[in-house]
Write a protein that binds this ligand. Sequence first.
Ligand code: ATP
Length: 579
Amino acid sequence: MALVICPQRQSVLDAIGPVLVTGGPGSGKTTIALAKAQRLIAVGLPPGQTVLFLSFSRAAVARVVEASKAQLPKASQSKLSIQTFHSFFWEILKAYGYLLGAPRRLRLLLPHDETAMRHQFESEGGNWATERERLFRKEGLVAFDLFSTKAHALLAASARLRSLFSCRHPMIVVDEAQDTADDQWQCVRLLSENTQLVCLADLDQQIYDFRPGVSSERITHIMEALQPLRVDLQGQNHRSPNSEIVTFANDMLLGTPRGAAYQGVSRMNFRANADRRDAAIRSAVGIAIQKAKAAATPNDVENLALLATWGRGVNIISRALNGDGTNKSIPHRVMIDEASVLLSSRMVAFLLEPRPAESAELTDLADALDLAAAVFRARGGNGNLSQAQRLAISATQSRAGTAPRANGVAAKLLDALRTLRVHNFSGEPKRDWIEARRILREAGANPLESIANDAEQLVAFQRGRRIASSLTDLWQSQGNYCNARTALDAALAEDQLLSGGNDLHGIQVMTVHKSKGKEFDAVIIFDDPNSSPLIFCPEDAPHPRCRRLLRVGITRARHHVLMLTDMYRPSELMTGHRL
Ligand SMILES: Nc1ncnc2c1ncn2[C@@H]1O[C@H](COP(=O)(O)OP(=O)(O)OP(=O)(O)O)[C@@H](O)[C@H]1O
């Protein structure tokens, strides 16, 4: 589509000082920022300099990477550095963190590991903030949540660092600036002394305001600190110009249903019984694709998203699409990242590793029990924490040389380890992974089965290829999977930070939070009171936070939105709508 450059957009392109572009979903904020970056790049940036495009979520990074590929000439793309705040701050910390008293070599404390450690630490009455700081200073272990605080401390203290990074990035675009937390905002403000800052924002899309340091006053802070050129693209809609999707979304936001149909929006009801519900999910996909095709010119449809408010809803949708064996599975990708899935996968990686001698089998069992305990710790909640504790106690006993009680979880796990000791893996990572997982699932203990089930979802992370290739390397160099856990961690660590080019084609299933900043030809919003309630958090009517989230989900659609709603218990937010 040819870029429309109106006088407002021209003023953004021409500005040499700070700029704040505000506007609703699809109004063209990202597009004009990329056009401005391209202008600067085209003039010629010296080697080592890039335009930095910062977003706080990996979802948004993926979308901007895709947009930049479509909009910028190939030669310019390498001059654009699209990163999450996390990955940018990690870069700063890795190089200069020692100036804050940490060891020279820093390591990441991955979020799923942190979750597990924190649950344990807090259940023993410890203060996690203090412990996190100690881990940073003494062990060089950096939790994700410390990134921005530490980067801020460094930039605030050193004018030389500020000038170094400003020089490296003569322009910084801050995407979704309304959602920046205090330290993130302070970092870019400090860099703005010598860098052109372009902030993009839409207050009505603020859905992360539950995080500490995120403020609804952010736009005011930006205005006061930078006195930028402010351009408001508010009413424009380039994403779904021929539909009333944005009108519907705004009516949802404001609680002003028009009581009549909206072009580009439909509703389908399902009966709560699991079979009927699953059948409805499957047929909703076909219907939404048809409707999006009919609305698109040319009428090809590349992708569709099924959105739920909770992870549980994502699982239900995914299971429905996989089918029950009597119907064909509908290929799709799930985007989730739950600590327990990652830790369960680490358990499977452990099972792939060569087993020590029989004389050391109780130590081996103790390690396995500790890994299993970490999974339950990460899940949180009283039941899981007690399970974690039981497993940890078994681990201690086992490490002390006590054989497990017959028929208990530890005994079953020991049997599985014995099976694995004599098992010959094939050297084909995918097959071997599935095999190790099967042995765990069939060990005969519910907690182990649930770990195997969680690990299954790793496939949904699309990290399979990277993990498989590191496992292949291990096999090729040593003929076994010794250090499989380290290889898995390395593959995941990279992904937690980078994961730039997520492929957004085909059918995608995710939470609405994850969909932020993305765009799809068709969107299905799953309104299921049990697993994906539109009123997803406790909040008084008129439920402003829930409405904001719903608006974000709805406005991801280019051509069609289908509300898939429980026939007898539709969400209160649907009241008054006749779709
Ligand atoms: N000036 C323009 N001329 C033509 N098409 C445009 C223009 N601006 C944006 N578009 C198209 O409109 C769609 C949405 O634009 P964009 O992603 O920039 O919006 P946004 O404001 O960043 O949205 P969101 O806040 O929801 O992420 C894209 O497909 C883009 O190609």
